[in-house]
Design a protein around this ligand. Structure first.
Ligand code: ZN
Ligand code: FE
Length: 258
């Protein structure tokens, strides 16, 4: 029996990921920014809500907490940030938690926010990662609170995971990210092939997630700071590319204004 993982669209481009096990009438949701789609989903499938995972404090990831807690009193795992009301199981780097016999490991991944954590489980058919707004398909989160160095270190924790890891991001930003990625690395043929595939999915109103670490390593510019093509593009824009950190910093700043 393995975990079923499904996205609930929320707001304009968020996904609230739901986890459930066949034969069990409970669900876990990740980053419920809005209670409504979660309540509708639970009612439709006659499920109760036993667990919530929170990756960071932003309202589009936490806005549904109060109402869901009032209705279901779930176990709420999340960052050790008293600013997030409702977390009853605060987590830190290296902590482990159990969800219906599946062990999740906690990675602290500051950068997008300072309290950001990720949830990783390697016990299913493929390893799974809930990375919030740290890693996106072909992109990464904006640096609202952390430094480029912190973000690069955080992303390094993800690239160390097995390449077959399924990456569950919280936003449908894939096509916009790919537009930037191809501007940064025009000669990457994996990237061009991915643009074709993901564009087709969006034309059919399909979700482009989960991604895999292998695909991100091949096509995500923020994980490819050693790529000659990316360095050439940045040098053409008179940007420093002496270190991986300079490449990352230049990419992130460029993307912010892209
Ligand atoms: Zn966020
Ligand atoms: Fe977000």
């Amino acid at each position: 029996m393995s975990l079923a993982i499904r996205p609930l669209p929320a707001f304009t481009d968020n996904y609230i990921w739901t986890l459930s096990l066949p034969g069990r009438n409970a669900a876990c949701v990740v980053d419920p920014g809005d209670a409504r789609p979660v309540l509708d989903y639970l009612a439709k499938h006659e499920l109760t809500l036993s667990h919530i995972f929170i990756t960071h404090h932003h309202p589009d990831h936490t806005g549904g907490l109060a109402e869901l807690i009032k209705r279901f009193e779930p176990v709420v795992y999340g960052p050790d940030n008293p600013g997030i009301k409702g977390i009853n199981q605060p987590l830190a780097e290296g902590d482990e938690l159990d969800l219906w016999g599946y062990r999740f490991q906690i990675l602290e991944v500051p950068g997008h926010t300072l309290d950001h954590i990720a949830f990783y489980c390697d016990q299913g058919p493929a390893p799974i990662l809930f990375c919030g707004d740290t890693l996106f398909a072909a992109g990464c989160g904006r640096l609202f609170e952390g430094t480029p160095e912190q973000m690069q270190q955080s992303l390094g924790k993800f690239t160390a995971l097995p390449p077959e890891t399924l990456v569950y991001c919280t936003h449908e930003y894939t096509l916009a990210n790919l537009k930037f990625a191809i501007a940064a690395e025009p000669d990457n043929s994996d990237l061009q092939a991915r643009i074709d595939r993901e564009s087709e999915k969006r034309r059919n109103q399909e979700v482009t997630l989960p991604s895999t670490m292998a695909l991100e390593l091949a096509t995500n510019p923020f994980l490819r700071c050693q790529s000659k093509g990316i360095k050439q593009t940045l040098q053409g824009r008179q940007l420093n590319t002496d270190s991986d950190l300079e490449v990352f910093t230049a990419l992130r700043q460029w993307k912010d204004n892209f």
